[in-house]
Design a protein around this ligand. Sequence first.
Ligand SMILES: Cc1cc2nc3c(=O)[nH]c(=O)nc-3n(C[C@H](O)[C@H](O)[C@H](O)COP(=O)(O)OP(=O)(O)OC[C@H]3O[C@@H](n4cnc5c(N)ncnc54)[C@H](O)[C@@H]3O)c2cc1C
Length: 382
Amino acid sequence: MNSVERMFAPEQQTKDRLSNASTWESGTKVWASGEEQILTCARVVDETHDVKSFEFRVGDGTPVRFEPGQFMTVSANVQGQTVQRCYTISSPPTRPYLLSITVKRVPGGTMSNWLHENMKPGSQLRAYGPSGSFTPTAAPGAVKALYLSAGSGVTPLMSMTRASIDLGLDRDIVFVHSARTPADIVFRKELERLVALSPRLRTFFLCEGIGSESDWQGPIGRLSLQQLSEWVPDYAEREVFTCGPAGYMKAAQTLLHEGGHDPAHYHQESFDFSAGAAAAEPAESVAPKNQAASLETFTVKLSRSSKTFTMSATETVLAAAKKAGVAIPSSCSQGICGTCKTKVLEGEVEMKHNGGIRDREIQKGFRLLCCSRPTSDLVLEL
Ligand SMILES: Cc1cc2nc3c(=O)[nH]c(=O)nc-3n(C[C@H](O)[C@H](O)[C@H](O)COP(=O)(O)OP(=O)(O)OC[C@H]3O[C@@H](n4cnc5c(N)ncnc54)[C@H](O)[C@@H]3O)c2cc1C
């Protein structure tokens, strides 16, 4: 078994997750989750009129280990403010030397527009290491998969598809992608090429309108159970991975439920923190257990920088650190993205996360500071 096959082998993944996974085969240093690195842009690809892919080398060319479907957090100074946002690594882990993110311009959006306007070959960008659990390893034994995506939600599923094909995995994939118009289908040509290469991959595109492509032969409209049953009659037997706008994911979940698909085999990722928070419990709404706690204050010490600040038990550690002028990498503030994951060396916090941290990380003492409130004085590994 070669290194990349080992990466996808369920037994090896379990072992890797349990071990510190900080090396790539023969001792090569790799980019750990949450670790800061400088990326250098190698290439910019225009995917559609409002979507670009940016390919990066990491640090001094370090190969990067991640699971298909994971994201990194990029950080930039935009008009004097540090802005951090998560972007899925759209390239597969089978190509560990050049990572790509694929970014859709959001009207009025800070980071997406900044990246589109500023990232050129040779430009540098600060980023934090791969994170996230929306990966095929969530269902290691699954051989039949259904990928449902809409808009820029195509990115994690593209990484999974590319990885599966690069590895020649015996995974039967049906990829159903919805877009506004044919011209908005991200990765259309590549997906068509991959279908021609692999009998194990089938793709279907669904558009809301034809836009400028008057000879579009595909279906028009939104995903329905009837359409899905026609394309993927065995959908109920498949492990489903869904990513797209909140409304799309809700509709997909509802139609699969109506069609008798077992929710235990359904996985989804939201790019929209408010949607994620609606599905789970918003980290910001987590209140201390009793009102007396709201009067308490605690001291937080940072072990590396020797900084100290005091905070109330009602605040999240992240919010208090920001107030005290301590810059901690963070993005979602909802306990989803994992960017603010930090080891608590001494003391206790009450944490209510929304999936951004794994049990084994919690066992090792890590906490997400955006959704953690202190119940004692703290020493943080920062
Ligand atoms: C795990 C994860 C993975 C992701 N992967 C991808 C990916 O692969 N590709 C991708 O394109 N995106 C991805 N995203 C989304 C991405 O992180 C950003 O949310 C997206 O690019 C928008 O960021 P922005 O800074 O451009 O917009 P923001 O500045 O955050 O603005 C978002 C919206 O809010 C509005 N807005 C901003 N400020 C205000 C204000 N003060 N008042 C009112 N409205 C305001 C803007 O007009 C805009 O409509 C991912 C998100 C997550 C959580």
